[in-house]
Design a protein around this ligand. Sequence first.
Ligand code: SAM
Length: 401
Amino acid sequence: MTALDGATVRNPDELRADMVRTLRDQDAITSEPVAAAFSAVPRHRFAPEAPLSLAYDLHSTVPVKKDEHGLVLSVMSAAHLQAVMLEQAGIEPGMKVLEIGSGGVNAAYLQELVGPGGEVTTVDIDRDIVERARLCLDEAGYTQVKTVVADGESGVPDGAPYDRVIVTAAAWDIPPSWIGGLAEKGRLVVPLTVCGTTRSIAFDHDGDSLISRSYGLAHFVPMQGEGAAEERKAMLRDGVVVRTDNVRVPLSAPALNRALDAPRLERWSGAAYDLPDELDLYLTLNLSAVARLHADKEAIERRLVEASALLGVPALVSEDSIAYRTRRENEETGGYESGVVAHGPQAEALADEYAHLLRRWAHDHRRRGAATFRYLPGPAPSPLPQNAVPRRHGIVTATWN
Ligand SMILES: C[S@@+](CC[C@H](N)C(=O)[O-])C[C@H]1O[C@@H](n2cnc3c(N)ncnc32)[C@H](O)[C@@H]1O
């Protein structure tokens, strides 16, 4: 098989070698075992219906299944993200690993990493996906990988304890089975979603809780089944949506629509704007009533909301008002300056809180990896600690250093 890449006809081995080289250059692959796994697995054989160039593209997913409304239920994850998560996992030969969310190719990487003495189990809620993964794994020679059809919310107790649990769908919570199924020195790598923004977090045990060792930006299809996200949406005018997963946050579409009609208040922080993913994470976990504001291109062109909402932006909301981040060019703050746009009767108060956080982040925490996450399983303590995000099975907290 060959692929057209510009004018050149490429074969899978060349494409794979290029992929590994670039993943190393971009620091997605940082260890020899992960490089060897990515070099060994014939990635294209897990996406037989896709063009070779797509299967080997670093940042592209390959669609595998959609529902009747066109919502994507399963994809082959992007190589870059898979590499980063496998590095986070720190897998060694002989380990027992559970993957939640199947597709085949990541399980094959896992099998390469644990070697013949290790064990890989992959579970998916969707029978079609498991059957497809099984076929691809067998055809590529990874017959040793175990495939299971089940809701990953309950883990796969048969093979526990696992040295590593790797979740490959966006999780809204960490169910007891994942923690209980993890060996004492085990590690859970999970794309955890808080208010619409997801980070792949590597958690180790720390007494009765889990503590993060690393995290990175991640995009995944959402978890289905028992563990699906609890989220509310307010559809404002055409192309503008506000979403939140926090029950304490008020969300009234009529009131927020009235707010958008009110004149806008602009407040500039005087602080640098950069590392938008790190800043958004800080805002998401520190604003007192956080939602995520999304707008499509037309709504932005009609100047209903700022361009920052195109990819989703953390918003501070009250019953009748809303504030969110924006930016402007400013050489004095290193290129860009962060700011706030607020609407509604409480615009002043919301803009003050928002701008204060923009300044605090820029002055004290403006670097990669400054956050540490903790997951505390069990009933939420009362009163709930500041910065705590309540979930069904525990709470998430984050601190910045
Ligand atoms: C991004 S795909 C997995 C990609 C795959 N690991 C690979 O090798 O590329 C996410 C998968 O998670 C599955 N999934 C969603 N909710 C699940 C659940 N509760 N339990 C198990 N699998 C689930 C979906 O069916 C989908 O196949």
